[in-house]
Design a protein around this ligand. Structure first.
Ligand code: UDP
Length: 376
């Protein structure tokens, strides 16, 4: 059986979600032919303090986004990143080589912007080079670390990403625009809204707003939930609010203790995002690429409530200019917009635009091309 290693890191929920999407697509398209393993390279195969990076990422992004923006701007300079990687590489080389020895992959897939250079250095050193491909899990803003001319293929999800790859020296033949890989339940024929609602025990015939903050439940989710609930209740809209807190347990506990003026469900990390998205009328979320790609497939209008500086900035114009949603940071402003959506016919137009942009089969299309490359 051929072994494939997907290298990622749990900085946010999107990299793992895309890695799992590819793993599932290999199993579905080529049952029994590939053993696909996912590793969090930073956590499991780098020494302290480098291995703390995924743990400090969320608190920095959530509580000191100015610092994250500063780091992003600094490392946008190619010289700065390559200097740091040159310093870090000798510290990590031995541990990263353990990943190769443990998994002995026939091909490596990176779904993280900081894996390209380090792994390609390692592969050069370790004898006959293992094929290496990149799957870019960002939609419209890109760190240059994603793009390395020595990756055999670079799979991207938008024209902007393809242009960025070309600017960073990749040849057109290396770049493949196939969409952002999302989990297989988004690739199936989606149930209609009434069926999805029945499956979740939700009342049909009401307006349902879904509120999320990525895998980590980031941003002012609580303030938005309260403003939204007040507004929908005040306007007499027959509405329900679903809040998905992801791994943010403190947020989940606080919201579960709250009193609400309308029916509200509060959940922690859910494994059935497709069901919630299919059941809802709109989603309010930070500008995470994974959530946006999934919402597009479900034909779900998107109200962006914020973005992580750097990697999510470009997703705002992507959503607004493509006519699939709006952007607003203030909880009261968000409540106004959703209140207007609940009462008007705008949602249908945005839902149709979203469906046009959705790429439900990206994961299997990418996997087919990777297998073609391996069979070469
Ligand atoms: N997600 C999930 N369950 C949750 C919360 C989030 O499966 O309870 C998934 C979501 O569907 C998406 C990913 O986590 O696939 C979040 O990725 P995104 O790029 O939107 O944001 P990130 O968390 O990486 O900042």
């Amino acid at each position: 059986m051929l072994r494939i290693l997907i290298v990622m890191s749990d900085t946010g929920g999107g990299h793992r979600a895309s890695a799992q999407a590819l793993q599932a697509a290999f199993a579905a398209r080529f049952p029994g032919r590939f053993q696909v393993e996912i590793v969090d390279l930073w956590t499991d195969y780098t020494p302290w303090p480098v291995n703390q990076m995924p743990r400090v990422y969320s608190p920095i992004v959530a509580r000191a986004s100015w610092l994250w923006k500063l780091l992003w701007l600094l490392f946008e300079r190619e010289r700065a990143l390559s200097t740091v990687l040159r310093l870090v590489y000798p510290l990590c080389r031995k541990d990263m080589a353990r990943a190769l020895q443990a998994h002995r992959p026939h091909l490596i897939i990176s779904v993280h912007p900081l894996m390209q250079q380090l792994f390609l250095w390692l592969l050069e050193r370790e004898g006959p080079p293992t094929p290496f491909v990149t799957v870019v899990t960002d939609l419209a803003s890109f760190h240059h670390g994603w793009f390395h001319p020595r990756a055999q293929r670079c799979f991207v999800a938008s024209e902007t990403a393809a242009a960025a790859a070309r600017r960073h020296g990749l040849q057109p033949a290396q770049i493949r625009l196939l969409g952002l890989p999302v989990r297989p339940d988004f690739a199936q024929t989606l149930p209609d809204r009434a069926t999805a609602r029945a499956g979740l025990g939700l009342t049909d015939g009401t307006f349902i707003a879904l509120l999320a903050g990525g895998g980590e439940g980031m941003g002012p989710v609580a303030a938005i939930a309260h403003a939204l609930a007040r507004r929908l209740a005040a306007t007499g809209t027959d509405a329900q609010l679903i809040v998905i807190c992801g791994r943010n347990d403190r947020l989940r506990r606080a919201l579960q203790r709250s009193e609400w003026p309308l029916p509200v469900q509060v959940h922690g990390f859910v494994d059935n995002m497709q069901a919630w998205m299919t059941a809802a009328d709109c989603i309010i979320t930070k500008a995470g690429p994974g959530t946006i790609a999934e919402a597009l497939i479900c034909g779900l209008p998107i109200l962006l409530s914020g973005f992580i500086p750097g990697q999510e900035e470009g997703n705002v114009p992507f959503v607004v200019e493509n006519g699939v949603g709006a952007y607003c940071e203030s909880p009261e402003g968000i409540a106004d917009i959703v209140g207007a959506w609940a009462g008007g016919g705008e949602l249908e137009r945005m839902a149709a635009c979203a469906r046009e942009l959705g790429r439900p089969h990206a994961a299997s299309d990418i996997v087919d091309e990777i297998v073609e490359l391996m069979e070469g």
